[in-house]
Design a protein around this ligand. Structure first.
Ligand SMILES: Nc1ncnc2c1ncn2[C@@H]1O[C@H](COP(=O)(O)OP(=O)(O)OP(=O)(O)O)[C@@H](O)[C@H]1O
Length: 353
């Protein structure tokens, strides 16, 4: 059985979090950690916040739940600015915002059910109701059999599930995952991201995924914001940002997530191994997508894939393939001419023979 949905917010209805020209410095003369960040996160979205180490991602997360206050600008949560809020109001805000962390932050002196029920106990929820709720949460995250276990006896993935169940205990409308999969192996990462997706779809929870890995964004997010040096350098639908990155930082992250286009080193290796002309074609789901093998056949040539990578971005293909063209030289020349006019195609220079 799924735990309660948050009462206050309908999924995909309205704005959950809004940064209005937010600046943050630690100390009057320090460089800004965040600078002019303007960003809207819709209710019911899963949004990735990505950027290199020190970009300001965790600070941005801490501004959402009121652990930090902006130096300038405003942060609104469900339309309310908590900038001047007192501790009592901030505590109320934090019950609406669950958080999970890279290091899980479990209480080692409490069992799994003790950890998950902690927030409810603090909130004064009666023991019987608490037990019921904890059982429901453990069932939902898939570790009902671990209720009596101690954190030390759990795997990393199980610990993160305890962290997630604990974060969901108060039915938050927003869940912030701060590098929540960074300490997990690839399979456990996939399972944990799948759980986040289920939380989003079954409970309507808005999820902010803080990460330095574009793979995580690619697997679970529909929208992404890229931070670099405290500035928002890219944001939008994941497919659009991957397709048309505005910044070198984003281009680097995309290259890392999709090994489609060969870099200079890889190209040199490919040239060594393949004497024919080489052409790299971006693969997108656009109607003008070039079908190089079909073009080659029409001109009596052949196009063989020798390098590439394609990933699934929200059900849409994204990547690049590099082909070697061989066959009748006149036909190859025709194919190259046809390729040059197509979008997203790089005809690599011929190597001197
Ligand atoms: N409480 C603080 N006092 C002073 N400086 C801080 C404080 N919190 C963060 N910073 C500084 O702000 C900058 C951004 O830190 P932040 O943790 O937000 O970045 P990040 O993108 O999450 O990095 P990482 O991926 O390494 O966790 C860093 O230079 C950090 O040293």
């Amino acid at each position: 059985m799924a735990p309660e949905r948050p009462g206050a917010v309908a999924p995909s209805d309205g704005v959950a979090i809004e940064f209005q020209d937010v600046g943050k410095r630690f100390g009057k003369h320090a460089d800004p950690v965040l600078d002019g960040v303007t960003l809207r996160i819709g209710a019911g979205e899963i949004v990735g916040v990505i950027g290199p180490s020190g970009a300001g991602k965790s600070t941005l997360a801490r501004l959402i739940n009121g652990l930090e206050r902006p130096t300038s600008g405003r942060v609104l949560v469900h339309g309310r600015d908590h900038g001047g809020a007192r501790e009592k109001e901030l505590n109320a805000l934090r019950t609406q915002i669950g958080m999970i962390f890279q290091q899980f932050n479990l209480f080692n002196s409490r069992t799994v059910e003790g950890n998950v029920g902690f927030g409810l106990q603090v909130a004064g929820v009666p023991a019987a109701r608490r037990r019921e709720r904890v059982a429901e949460l453990l069932e939902f995250v898939g570790i009902a059999d671990k209720a009596k276990a101690w954190p030390a006896a759990l795997s990393g993935g199980q610990k993160q599930r305890v962290g997630i169940a604990r974060a969901l205990a108060t039915s938050p409308s927003i869940l912030i995952a701060d590098e929540a999969t960074s300490a997990l192996d690839p399979q456990t990462t996939t399972d944990t991201l799948e759980l986040l997706r289920r939380i989003n779809s079954d409970l309507g929870t808005t999820i902010v995924v803080i990460t330095h890995e574009m793979d995580v964004v690619r697997e679970v997010c529909s929208r992404v914001a890229v931070l670099s040096g405290g500035r928002l350098v890219d944001h939008g639908d994941v497919y659009d940002v991957f397709d048309r990155p505005n910044s070198e930082v984003t281009r680097g992250l995309v290259r890392h997530a999709v090994a489609g286009t060969p870099d200079e080193k890889r190209l040199a290796v490919l040239r060594d191994r393949h004497p024919g002309r080489l052409v790299t074609v971006d693969i997108r789901d656009t109607p003008d997508q070039l079908d190089l093998p079909a073009l080659a056949v029409r001109h009596g040539a052949a196009a063989s894939v020798i390098h590439g990578g394609i990933v699934d971005l929200g059900g849409r293909p994204f990547g690049a393939l590099t082909y070697e063209l061989t066959g009748d030289p006149a036909g190859v020349t025709e194919v190259l001419a046809g390729s040059r006019s197509a979008a997203g195609v790089v005809v690599h220079e011929a190597v001197a023979s």
